[in-house]
Design a protein around this ligand. Structure first.
Ligand SMILES: [Zn+2]
Length: 99
């Protein structure tokens, strides 16, 4: 696989250690398997030792799954559900998502 880093990934890869903030930044890429292997391994290492990030990752995946299911069902996601998701993601993970 090509080891192409984008700016954020490169910035994080060059740090001596991956922080929780870095994990949050890369959560999307990580979940999509869109990370260079070397960086993914460092994320794995951090997440294995950090309950906060492990929980964050779990929640993130749940939300992505839920959003995917709703897309497949063809039902529009009710505004209230979207609001809750956005709110939960923002509060717990500090990330803003477009749903
Ligand atoms: Zn962490």
């Amino acid at each position: 696989m090509e080891q192409n880093y984008d700016d954020t990934q490169l910035m994080i890869f060059e740090k001596p250690a991956v922080s929780c903030e870095d994990v949050e930044l890369l959560l999307g890429d990580y979940t999509e398997n869109d990370l260079p292997e070397s960086l993914k391994l460092r994320m794995d290492e951090h997440i294995a030792e950090c309950p906060d990030c492990e929980e964050g990752l779990r929640r993130y995946r749940e939300v992505i799954e839920l959003a995917g299911e709703m897309k497949e069902s063809g039902e529009p996601m009710p505004e209230r559900v979207k609001d809750n998701l956005r709110d939960a993601l923002h509060k717990r993970l500090g990330i803003a998502v477009r749903l």
